[in-house]
Design a protein around this ligand. Structure first.
Ligand code: 13P
Ligand code: SF4
Length: 357
């Protein structure tokens, strides 16, 4: 039963003490979040992993790319554990290293590899945190950087200073929404389709491009629609509509604000008057916010319950299982990134962590 699981988790934690730290993403279910030492967005969790030098084991209640990132940023004697190895991210899977490398080679044919008179290289690769370690390593190796949804604009600024263009993967929406907010015209952000020659573009479009967008998307956030926003506004006049920048552009444009999961949380926490918030992000997080801030009316824009199915795979049963493994001295479900990949990926991650959000 769930009470029994709860007790098992509490008992194993007590036996392990300070040797273990549990990190939980905002999208995790309540039965998991309640055991986390730290709950946050993907940027905060990357920092949290790094700043717990005492922990021998970091149990990452999130998805695979987050656990990989934690492994890259922590010492080799610290084990990162993903309670269920099937907790991946469909968006991260949409950009694989082979397709990105092929794209990179095509771009080198088109743009050359020499910097311009201002010393700006032809292309700077930028990967969203939601990507494999191999892609982060690719960015580290090729003068690029990682971004999260809470710092995408500062990262793009960094990249525009160093390059004539940016290749942004895997999330087309975060790339488009961020670049648009920075004033990049839509016609200068073509999308790259790896299955078509020139990514499905004509050569002139690519020569004029400022941001090349990969074709990835989040299956949770792409469900939000302008219709839902219209309906929310009709039913709740004066509602504040806040959506995650992984939502399609039309949805971000129709919302009042767009921001990362932490941005959404802070916006609600900062509201002094009772307010209605219509939120476009994962439902577990929205429901938790609604419970935490009862003075406000908070609901998810999508009336069909839509959790992130892979985040949801971190069932408390798996958390109990990996914790009890540690009590017995067994490291179950350890995530390790090979040294050569980790080294380059760390370069790209440290570039991001060195910046102001
Ligand atoms: P943030 O935690 O950066 O807001 O990202 C949301 C998300 O989709 C994580 O997978
Ligand atoms: Fe991936 Fe979307 Fe789930 Fe985040 S919410 S882990 S981007 S599928």
């Amino acid at each position: 039963s769930s009470d029994e699981l709860h007790e098992r988790i509490v008992a194993a934690r007590a036996a392990l003490g300070e040797r273990v730290v549990i990190l939980g993403h905002f999208y995790q279910r309540d039965e998991v979040v309640q055991h986390a030492d730290f709950v946050g967005d993907s940027f905060q969790l990357a920092n949290a992993a790094k700043t717990r030098p005492g922990a021998e084991a970091i149990i990452f209640c999130g998805v695979h790319f987050m656990a990989e990132t934690a492994d890259i940023l922590t010492r080799p004697d610290q084990a990162v554990i993903l309670p269920n190895l099937a907790a991946g991210c469909s968006m991260a899977d949409m950009a694989d290293i082979d397709s990105v490398t092929e794209c990179w080679e095509d771009l080198a044919d088109l743009y050359g590899t020499e910097p311009d008179a201002d010393g700006r290289v032809p292309v700077v690769p930028v990967t969203y945190m939601n990507s494999s370690a191999a892609l982060k390593a690719f960015c580290g190796e090729h003068g690029g950087i990682v971004c999260t949804s809470s710092n995408a604009e500062s990262v793009l600024e960094w990249a525009f200073e160093r390059g004539q263009r940016v290749l942004f993967f895997p999330d087309q929406h975060l790339g488009r929404n961020t670049a648009k907010a920075m004033g990049v015209p839509l016609e200068r952000m073509p999308m790259w389709n790896p299955r078509r020659p020139l990514g499905g573009n004509d050569e002139q479009t690519l020569l004029d491009a400022q941001v090349l967008l990969w074709h990835g998307f989040c299956s949770v956030h792409r469900r939000f629609t302008v219709d839902q926003i219209d309906r929310a506004r009709a039913d709740h006049p004066g509602a504040r509509v806040i959506v995650h920048p992984e939502c399609p552009m039309a949805v971000v444009d129709a919302a009042d604000e767009a921001g990362s999961t932490d941005y959404i949380r802070k916006a609600i926490a900062a509201a002094t008057e009772p307010t209605t918030f219509a939120i476009g992000t994962e439902v577990n997080m929205v429901n938790r916010l609604a419970a935490e801030f009862p003075q406000h009316t908070i609901f998810c824009l999508d009336p069909v319950i839509c959790p992130c199915s892979t985040m949801y795979r971190i069932h408390p049963g798996y958390l109990a299982w990996v914790l009890e493994g540690l009590v017995r001295g067994e490291l179950l479900n350890r995530i390790t990134v090979p040294d050569d990949v980790a080294e380059n990926a760390r370069v790209a991650l440290e570039r991001m962590l060195a910046m102001k959000p």
